[in-house]
Design a protein around this ligand. Structure first.
Ligand code: SF4
Ligand code: SF4
Length: 107
């Protein structure tokens, strides 16, 4: 993937690992999120060595580059990010993500 995924570092996907079979092993029941998430900063503490499944660019290159464009893949993922923030009522985050989504939907 040539573009970098415009992650706003909300950390909400890292709170969903228990719902995703591929990364369920990362779940920490006491933190109720991924064991590697810093719950104060919402940053991944193993970012440079995070599992391939957590790496949007890697997932595109490895599994989706033959079925859709980069922009389509980024858009699909951004819509999930948007939905996670909407469910939490994080309006400011939704607004940030909506800008990226709008840009991709226009072009
Ligand atoms: S939910 Fe989306 S924007 Fe938030 S940390 Fe995960 S990938 Fe980044
Ligand atoms: S390894 Fe890092 S990016 Fe992946 S779910 Fe855990 S905290 Fe998030």
């Amino acid at each position: 993937m040539k573009e970098k995924f415009p992650c706003i570092e909300c950390g909400l996907c890292c709170y969903k690992v228990n719902e995703v079979p591929e990364v369920k092993y990362l779940y920490d029941v006491e933190k109720d999120c991924c064991r590697y998430l810093n719950c104060n900063t919402y940053k991944c503490t193993i970012y440079n060595n995070r599992p391939a499944f957590c790496n949007v660019e890697h997932m595109y290159d490895e599994y989706f580059s033959h079925t859709m464009s980069e922009s389509e893949f980024i858009l699909i993922n951004l819509k999930v990010c948007y939905q996670l923030n909407k469910e939490k009522g994080f309006i400011a985050n939704c607004q940030k993500l909506a800008i990226f989504i709008d840009e991709l939907e226009i072009y």
